[in-house]
Design a protein. Structure first.
Length: 168
């Protein structure tokens, strides 16, 4: 999920394991810049070109990355919508172990709202309701796809990494 700590925890975990960390959203930005000859961050790409274009890029890049790195060990951080695509689920499962970072919803809402109310919230006037609806749709998919679920409340990234190391 957005603001769950994927990037922070991914980078620190990769460092601890002496592995490369890849942020899928960064790769989407690079690919988009090559295709359209414009530099945009992933949120702007999604907003300007729509979800269909963004998800197409995401799936293509995920496939290319996993094929070209099939014999390498790495930590890959993917966006909250990546795993909702069944094709991506299969690719990720073949690519390695999947960890679902599952923060407390209250903590998650605080983190999300730091950057303002996201465009994908269905009820902008009621962010809690929007997040609850989104979690209801997504959480069961995340749990189904994950090899490990790491639930947490106020733990530091280092404490979350310890939890991950304990299960992997």
């Amino acid at each position: 999920m957005k603001a769950s700590g994927k990037t922070t925890v991914g980078r620190l975990l990769a460092k601890k394991l002496f592995l490369k960390h890849i942020e899928l959203d960064d790769e989407i930005e690079k690919s988009h810049a090559m295709r359209k000859k414009e530099k945009l961050i992933f949120r702007e790409i999604f907003k300007k070109y729509g979800e269909a274009y963004f998800r197409m890029l995401e799936t293509q890049i995920l496939d290319t990355f996993l094929v070209s790195n099939k014999d390498a060990d790495f930590v890959l951080s993917v966006g909250g919508g990546t795993v909702l695509n069944e094709e991506n689920q299969g690719k990720l499962k073949k690519g390695g172990k999947i960890i679902f970072l599952n923060p407390d919803s209250g903590i998650l809402l605080q983190r999300i709202l730091k950057d303002g109310i996201p465009a994908f919230f269905s009820s902008p006037g009621n962010p809690k309701k929007s997040l609850d609806e989104l979690l209801l749709k997504r959480k069961s998919i995340y749990e189904k796809v994950a090899d490990y679920v790491i639930s947490f409340e106020k733990e530091s990234p280092e404490e979350i990494i310890k939890k991950i190391m304990d299960v992997i």
